[in-house]
Each structure stands twice: as structure tokens, then as C-alpha cells.
Design a protein around this ligand. Structure first.
Ligand code: ADP
Length: 612
């Protein structure tokens, strides 16, 4: 067997293999492109197999059989053209000329004897060569517009077609220079072999090669991925992810995020209109995958969702790949990849699509965390600002208020002594009362700031907590008669008497405020297990269970408190907690709505607690 023979056999085997592969693909997915490809290579396979088959059967090659083979060869340009038309626009005139050329070629083949006269042969070769080169350029233009694997595959198809056209043109050249017959036949065979290899790579690339082709875009996508979470908005991240995923596949990509409010996938990221590349109805396929959480490949969207076949065709959507974007248990959305034509992706690409979707999940999660961190920081800054403002305002209010209160009290005394001013006494009494209230409020604000900053001053010295409790109970105030005290023994502890007084006073004041006008507020103090216990119990409105964990927080007021009826700003208990903790003690509450509340304070006994 000569080298030339070997090349020829190899070429033939390749053409037949491509036919088998494309025929299987066409059987699996009956799309137009798959069928057109299979028909093209079917014709080539017949041409290639005809000679050996006849030889095998012991049939002599007749004029009719070789004419059929020649006509089939001449039909190849038309078949290639209709394949090109599946991908891109081919002017009708071009197709008509090609068909006319085929009919003319058939007539030439049938009417002229063998061997063909040189003019007829030249016509056939020129027709074939020009048509093949036209198709090759069509594919080159298509490749320029595409990216990723699609680009590489289209380039391979273009190369295959061009090489075949070139082979035929070389044959044409041999008619002009008959002396170079050996060279021509060698060159033609080699070009045909290269054409076969290129077509194999273009129409049925092995999975490994596809992955190799995908690698640069994929690598670029992954390299860029680490910087994506820092983009200014989630929207920008989504667009980048879509671009990267699309490039990796040489297709269009869209990401739909799950919107818990509407319970559906949202492809526009809240901007209302869908981006033009997202076919409206593809939500259906996306939702299906989102529900099943398994990546799916739909060879033809129109077949998978026949109700909207026309819409898919209009949007140029053929095959669709959808992969769920999920981070742990959190279902974020879906990544959709769609192309106009087969065979852009195949079922093998599911794993890659899922990999990109997983990357997208990581990036979107990181973004969410960055957003959350920024939100918390902003909240903290706002809280700090508020804090600074409140404390500065309270400080500035304190001095004029002290003067105001002092003056009001002096006037109150003077008015009380002078009968001539008796009629104004209630008014000045009100002024003094309100000034006192304001003053207490400012004190609370300042104390709350101190607690917040951990600067609440506590000067501890031995003191009798029972005496403090009694003092608070005896203080002159509306509702004083409702207070019942049970503090029999001396309860000496190392405490700041003023602060403990403030704490118990706050609890008693609340007990009186949040209970009925004739219901008792019971204050009890005793020693147990080395600790000093104080409880303040009322039979008032109680605290709802959902508010119980929060009543010691700053500015928290329970849901059952009507601000018009119960004055207050929610600082008292926060300060109480600060005081108890500064003493190394605890404070807690038990309460039932409508039945009342019991506040517990436990302070370390003498010698215990935090050192001064
Ligand atoms: P204020 O009384 O000014 O609102 P506090 O910090 O003293 O602020 O109390 C916080 C919240 O806890 C109150 O708004 C109220 O909802 C609830 N609370 C406190 N003490 C009682 C009580 N004795 N009975 C019912 N609710 C109470």
C-alpha cells in the first residue's frame, strides 16, 4: 500500500466516522442542523463507500454508478450551503445559483462521456471550488461573531470547507498543468485528509477537546471571580457573571434570582424589563430546574416547552442549559445558557454549567455578606452618632435645667409663704414638677450614655440594702400608699447606695405606672445563699412573651404599652441592668400579660462582687 493510498483510506474512514457520529446525533436530537449535517456527511459517505462496496460485491463500476457518484459530489456544495443557511443568512440568489449550478453539473455529467472533456471538467471543478470557498467564508464570518467553544468549532468547520474547496481548485489547476499529475493527486489527498480532520473537530469534537477549547474563557472567568464580589452593585456582578458564563460556552447567559416576595425567579434584578437576551418564556424551564434543583439540558427549547415554540424561535433560542445556583441550603436562583443553534452545547456541558453556577453562588453569597457587613457598620455608625448627639444634648441641657429647677423651687417656697401669691401657687408648682421631670429625663439620658460606654460610676461601700429599699418605699410620690414592703433583716452589702436606690426606685416607679390605681406593688428584700435579693412585684398589665427578652434593651417599649397613656422612653430598665451588672449582680423579669410582673435583682453579699 502506498502512502497516498493510506492517506486516501484514512480520509475515507474519517468521512464515514463523521457520518456515523452526526447520524447518531441527528437521531438523538432531531433538529434541522443535526439533520442537515447528517445528510451532508451521508452523501460524502456514499461517495466514499461506493467504490469499495461495489468491489466487495464483485460488481464492475458502470458508467451509471460513477455518474451517480459524481452527481453526489456535485451536490455537496448545495448541502454545505443549506447547512450554512441554518446558522446564518444566505441570500436566496446565492442558493438559486448554487441549485442552478448543480442542475447544470448533473446535465454535464450525464451527457458527456468518460473521460470528461476538459471544458466540462473545468466547469464542474470551478463550480465546486467557488461554492465551497463561499461556504468557508460564511463560516469564517460566523466564527468572528461567536466566542468560546462555538468560535473554535465554527473555525474548524470553516477550515474543513475551505480545505475541500482548495483541494478541488488544485484539481482544476492540474488540468492546466497536466505534467504535475502526481503532485496534484498527493496534494489533493492531503488537503482532503486535513478537511476531514477539521470537520471532525468542528462537527463532532471529542469531549476532551471541547474542554480544552473552553479552558481559556473558563480560566478567565474563574480568575475574575475573586474580584467580582467587590463590584459596586449586585446588578453589576450579575451582568459580569452572565458575560463570563456566556463567553465560556460561546452562548448567551442569564441569571435569575429567586424573589421570596413574589415566589418567582426574577431575571431583571428589580429593573422591570427583561434584558433583550432573556426570552420571556424561558422562565418556565428555569423554574422547573429551580424546583428540582438538578441541572438540565434541553436540546430544543421549543420541544421542551411546545406551547411557546414560536416565541422561542422568534427569540432565536434553540438549546438551553439550566443549572441551579444554590449555596448550602439557600436557593439563590438559576443560571441559564441559551444558544440559537445546535450543536453549541451538549449534555456533557451540564457539569461545567453546574460548576459555573456554583461559582456564581459563592460570589453572590460573598456579596451578600459584604452588603450585610456594610449595613451593620452603617447601623453602628448611625447608632454611635445618635449616641453622641443624645449625650451632648443631655449635657448641654443639664446646666440650664438645674438653674431652672432651682429657681422654680425658690419661687415655690416664696409663693407658699406669701398669702398674696397663693393664687399662683398651683402654676409655679406645675413648673417645678415639669422641671423636675425634665431633669430626671436628662439624668436618664446621661446615665444611659454612661452605661453604653461602660462609664457608669459606682462607688461601693458597706451599706444596708434593706434600708435603701424602705427609703424608696417611703419616698413621697403619687401611689405611695400602694407600696407594700417586706424587708425585715439587715442586708449589708458592698454597694453604691445611690445607684441601688436609683435601681429600686425605677422598678417601683414602673410597678406603680404599669398597674391599676388600687393594686399593690410588693417590694421584698432578703438574703439567700450569700446573695442579697430584691423583688418588685405588681399585678398590672404584664409584658408580652415576645417583648420579655428585650425589655432591658435601650429604648425598647413593649407592644402592649400605649405611649399616650404611659409616659416613658424605655431607658429605665437599661440603666437598671447597667447598675446591677456594675455591682456584679443580675436582674431579670417574670411576667404574664394581664396578670403582672416580678422583677428580680440579685446582688453579691458583703465583700463579694466587682472590686471598686
Ligand atoms: P419606660 O417605662 O420609660 O418605657 P423602662 O426601661 O423602665 O422604660 O421599661 C421598658 C419597658 O418595659 C416599658 O416600656 C414596658 O413596656 C416594660 N415594663 C417595664 N416595667 C414594667 C412593668 N412593671 N409592667 C409592665 N411592663 C413593664
Amino acid at each position: 500500500m502506498t502512502a497516498l493510498q493510506l492517506i486516501q483510506d484514512l480520509t475515507n474512514v474519517l468521512f464515514v466516522s463523521i457520518f456515523v457520529l452526526t447520524a447518531v446525533a441527528a437521531y438523538r436530537r432531531r433538529t434541522r442542523i443535526a439533520l442537515d449535517t447528517a445528510v451532508l456527511f451521508g452523501a460524502l459517505a456514499v461517495v466514499v463507500l461506493e467504490g469499495p462496496a461495489l468491489q466487495l460485491l464483485g460488481i464492475q463500476t458502470s458508467a451509471a454508478s460513477s455518474a451517480t457518484a459524481s452527481i453526489l459530489v456535485m451536490a455537496l456544495p448545495c448541502l454545505m450551503l443549506s447547512l450554512l443557511a441554518d446558522f446564518t443568512n444566505v441570500p436566496l440568489l446565492v442558493r438559486a445559483i448554487a441549485l442552478g449550478g448543480l442542475i447544470a453539473a448533473a446535465i454535464v455529467i450525464i451527457t458527456s462521456g468518460t473521460p470528461l472533456d476538459p471544458i466540462a471538467a473545468l466547469f464542474l471543478v470551478a463550480y465546486f471550488g467557488i461554492a465551497a470557498l463561499y461556504v468557508a467564508f460564511g463560516f469564517v464570518r460566523l466564527a468572528r461573531r461567536s466566542s468560546g467553544v462555538t468560535k473554535r468549532r465554527t473555525q474548524a468547520v470553516a477550515a474543513g470547507t475551505g480545505l475541500l474547496g482548495l483541494a478541488i481548485l488544485v484539481v482544476a489547476a492540474s488540468t492546466v498543468a497536466p505534467g504535475a499529475a502526481a503532485f496534484v493527486s498527493g496534494a489533493t489527498q492531503l488537503l482532503a485528509l486535513l478537511a476531514a480532520v477539521s470537520w471532525l473537530l468542528g462537527f463532532a469534537p471529542p469531549a476532551r477537546l471541547r474542554r480544552y477549547w473552553q479552558e481559556p474563557e473558563l480560566r478567565a472567568f474563574l480568575e475574575r471571580a475573586s474580584t467580582l464580589p467587590r463590584l459596586p452593585s449586585t446588578d453589576a456582578i450579575l451582568r459580569e457573571l452572565e458575560r463570563g458564563a456566556g463567553d465560556s460556552f460561546g452562548a448567551r447567559a442569564a441569571i435569575g434570582l429567586y424573589d421570596a416576595n413574589t415566589g418567582s425567579l426574577c431575571f431583571d434584578n428589580g429593573h422591570g424589563a427583561l434584558p433583550p437576551e432573556v426570552p420571556e418564556h424561558s422562565r418556565f424551564l428555569a423554574s422547573r430546574v429551580f424546583a428540582s434543583q438538578h441541572a438540565e439540558f434541553f436540546p430544543d427549547a421549543a420541544l421542551a416547552h411546545p406551547e411557546h415554540a414560536t416565541a422561542y424561535r422568534a427569540a432565536q433560542v434553540g438549546p438551553v442549559l439550566v443549572a441551579p445556583i444554590t449555596a448550602g441550603q439557600r436557593r439563590i436562583g438559576v443560571l441559564e445558557l441559551f444558544a440559537a443553534h445546535q450543536p453549541v452545547f451538549s449534555g456533557d456541558d451540564l457539569a461545567l454549567a453546574q460548576l459555573l453556577a456554583d461559582q456564581a453562588a459563592v460570589i453572590l453569597e460573598s456579596r451578600a455578606l459584604i452588603d450585610e457587613a456594610a449595613r451593620v457598620q452603617a447601623l453602628e455608625e448611625a447608632a454611635k452618632l445618635k449616641e453622641d448627639f443624645v449625650s451632648a444634648a443631655a449635657h448641654d441641657l443639664k446646666t440650664p435645667l438645674t438653674t431652672l429647677l432651682g429657681q422654680a423651687q425658690i419661687l415655690e417656697l416664696r409663693f407658699a409663704r406669701d398669702p398674696a401669691l397663693a393664687q399662683h401657687q398651683p402654676a409655679i408648682g406645675r413648673i417645678a414638677r415639669e422641671a423636675r421631670r425634665l431633669s430626671a429625663l436628662v439624668e436618664d439620658l446621661l446615665d444611659a450614655s454612661r452605661v453604653e460606654e461602660g462609664k457608669l460610676e459606682v462607688r461601693r461601700e458597706p451599706a444596708d440594702v434593706a434600708a435603701v429599699v424602705k427609703l424608696v418605699a417611703e419616698r413621697n410620690r403619687p401611689g405611695k400608699e400602694r407600696i407594700v414592703v417586706d424587708a425585715r433583716e439587715r442586708l449589708t452589702g458592698s454597694v453604691d447606695r445611690r445607684r441601688i436606690e436609683q435601681l429600686v426606685d425605677n422598678l417601683v416607679e414602673n410597678g406603680l405606672k404599669y398597674s391599676g390605681e388600687d393594686s399593690a406593688v410588693e417590694v421584698r428584700a432578703w438574703r439567700d445563699d450569700g446573695e442579697i435579693h430584691v423583688t418588685v412585684r405588681d399585678h398590672g398589665i404584664g409584658i408580652p412573651a415576645t417583648d420579655l427578652p428585650h425589655v432591658f434593651e435601650r429604648f425598647h417599649r413593649a407592644a402592649n404599652v400605649d405611649a399616650r397613656r404611659y409616659a416613658g422612653i424605655g431607658l429605665g430598665l437599661y440603666i437598671c441592668l447597667g447598675i446591677a451588672q456594675e455591682h456584679g449582680g443580675r436582674i431579670w423579669v417574670e411576667s404574664t400579660v394581664g396578670q403582672g410582673s416580678t422583677f428580680h435583682v440579685a446582688l453579691p453579699g458583703a465583700g463579694e462582687g466587682k472590686p471598686n
